[in-house]
Design a binder for this molecule. Structure first.
Ligand SMILES: [Zn+2]
Length: 258
């Protein structure tokens, strides 16, 4: 299982995940190495956090401190570029257009963006599109990004509101579909970029900075709780699973079971 699907569920707080009452969480926890206490980076904002997820450096190093992308003065190689350089086929499915800047042009073999407000259940649509493509083309790495939790849940209705919890539960239904469809062939990683409070996020408070993480696949011990995990560890772990040497500038560590 050297192929990986990374699922980022925007703004998903660990306690929101626990309180959304989705039955699949129990199975996910039992079969993954996991943590409900991983740390994201400051500022706890979507584009800086995802750039850190894909480049394994804090925002102060990649230079994007808000949702407006900043071309770095000293670029760090990102996960998509590293995978492309190693002849891996990458695809991305996403519901927020600014995220296109997490990889350089030319890194992807397929991608699809659907605006979250253009339809109901765009996270589910993107999941279906990704799974169809996976069945068709069997890419090496797929990034699936769900944003309804953050936009329609957190910002529109409030973090920890019923609406927010319902969107998390829908997102976990999508995760279940991915694992049940391709969990034999792919390592599936599930995480979030940041949390949130009231109708916002971006601070260094625990509600905004704490994220859950699940690693489902043969390189990870089922039911093991991980400690001292950072969002910076995601890219090195994926590189390790796929047999790629990470760039020296990456600051995170691999969480793969040795
Ligand atoms: Zn976000």
């Amino acid at each position: 299982m050297k192929k990986v699907i990374l699922i980022s569920i925007d703004g998903m707080r660990p306690d929101g995940l626990r309180q959304c009452n989705n039955d699949f969480l129990k199975e996910l926890t039992k079969k993954s190495s996991y943590t409900f206490n991983a740390k994201t980076v400051f500022p706890s904002v979507t584009l800086p956090c995802h750039l850190s997820m894909f480049h394994s450096v804090p925002p102060q190093r990649h230079g994007t401190l808000s949702n407006d992308y900043v071309v770095p003065v000293r670029p760090v190689k990102g996960l998509f570029e590293e995978l492309k350089a190693n002849n891996k086929k990458c695809a991305m499915y996403y519901g927020w257009e600014n995220l296109r800047d997490i990889g350089r042009p030319g890194s992807l073999i397929a991608s699809e963006y659907i605006n979250a407000y253009s339809f109901e259940h765009t996270d589910g649509m993107l999941t279906e599109r990704a799974l169809n493509y996976i069945k068709l083309a069997s890419p090496d790495f797929v990034f699936l990004y769900m944003v309804e939790t953050d936009e329609k849940g957190g910002h529109d209705a409030g973090w920890m509101s019923e609406t927010y919890l319902d969107y998390i539960s829908c997102a976990i239904d999508n995760v279940k579909k991915v694992i049940e469809t391709v969990g034999e062939e792919y390592t599936v990683i599930v995480t979030a970029d940041h949390g949130g409070h009231e109708r916002t996020h971006g601070t260094d408070e625990p509600e905004d900075m704490t994220i859950p993480m699940f690693y489902y696949g043969e390189d990870f011990i089922a039911g093991k709780e991980l400690e001292n995990v950072s969002i910076l560890d995601i890219a090195p772990t994926i590189a390790d699973i796929m047999g790629i040497i990470p760039p020296r500038e990456w600051e995170g560590k691999s969480l793969k079971n040795k």
